[in-house]
Design a protein around this ligand. Sequence first.
Ligand code: FAD
Length: 474
Amino acid sequence: VIDIVWLREDLRVADNRLLHFDARPDQLLCVYVLDERWLAPVFGGEPHARIGPARLNFLWQSLIALRGELLQLGSDLLVRVGDPAEVVLELATRHQARAVRVADHGGADERAQTERVRCGLPPDTELIELENGYLFDGDQLPFACEELPGSFSAFRRQVEAVAEVEQSHKAAVSLPPWPDAPRGFPSLTSVCPLSAQWQPDERQGALCEGGEVAGRERLYDYLWRHMGGHSYKKTRDGLLGERFSTRLSAWLAQGCLSARQVFDQVRAWEKDYGATESSYWIKFELMWRDYFWRVAQHERTRMYGARELPPVNEAFKRWRDGRTGVPFIDAAMRELALTGWMPNRARQNVASFLVKDLGVDWRLGAAWFEHCLIDYDVASNWGNWRYIAGVGRDPRPDRYFNVLKQGCHYDPKGLYVAHWLPALKTLSPGVGRHQPWRIDPARFAAPVVNPSAWERWLVDPESATATLDEMEEA
Ligand code: FAD
């Protein structure tokens, strides 16, 4: 008798509730199915797949690493490309599985797959659905999931009370060896030749390598070597380099690390060095993630029902390709395309610019992020896009970023923009690099949007906006 462990965004051995339970260890069959629809185009008429080469590469590294971990434990990982529900149902039937274990997921596609499996399983096979990726479990929350607070502030205030009492998740335990686990699956590289297409750009600040061990190393480095618990609050809006924020998002998104592990490590650091504003803010950001995950869980059918996107127009293409003439936007979009990552400050600006300045539907922007990001997760991506677009929960029309002011403020020497747009290196370091059309109009065209509205901040410093967090604080 076996249990099928259907892994999705849970690519770790430690603190993985799908693996840690009291079945006989040789009774587990771990499977990951790369949804073949992710390889289909994200926009009609355009070649880009829903999963772009950067994330595919990270995902593949993570799967190879997980398989290595499982092999050491005497088990293995079966990896397939196909229709996840079909593959899982076929395995469950063939092996007459006792149960299929899978994590609860807020995405519409994942939910639909889970339901298909639930309905298609043989009568004696149980579907066990667990919460595996949240920071706080549903039963720890001081409200019912159906009564999720409408705003992040209200959510945070309530879950912080829980965090203060105790973060009582089950401690991560090591798995015993699995002597008789199934073997002989095809090697991963033979299953996914596509990941070989990815060539990371040498200009990026940090290379993220997939897998649980690499994720834990980064967490250790950031907290104990770089002492992020002392610096995060001040540096988290940084744009260049690898230490300004944790850079854990890709590992969290694939589940190579759990949010609980990161939270626990921050608390361990606080025990050694004392709680700081910075250590608090790392936990604060993890709560944003949890909030968006809960929103997705709560609103899944309404939020993620239709995948039809409006047609791609010229404004969107300029934004996507980093050709708007606004250096801050173009630099960030080039970084995204070349590395699969973008700093949070830049994400907020490019999202606001697309929606509020170019008047493009936010779902196109979210879809492009889905293609590019190595840390894409549907809940965080859609949650942040909707938040900035001012739609959905907690809608507000005033989440507008003055991209010129933001660029000058967060990149006063123009180092970030010149890093990704080398033509700007010919201009002296300074805020002029953010307005090249003024300094050298013969070489630099004016932006696609008339910049005079942004320039008003020069006389009215109150007119530009703050960060998501500053808005939340206010
Ligand atoms: P840190 O600042 O070090 O934060 C630590 C962790 O907290 C992050 O790794 C992440 O898991 C979580 N976190 C921080 N900020 C947020 C936030 N605003 N929302 C949700 N979680 C957060 N993050 C994703 O993980 N996947 C996405 O697909 C994604 N799409 C985004 C789209 C837009 C338009 C915007 C504005 C933000 C998006 N973010 C997304 C949130 C945020 O930009 C990234 O999590 C962050 O930049 C990752 O860098 P870090 O790991 O160094 O974060």
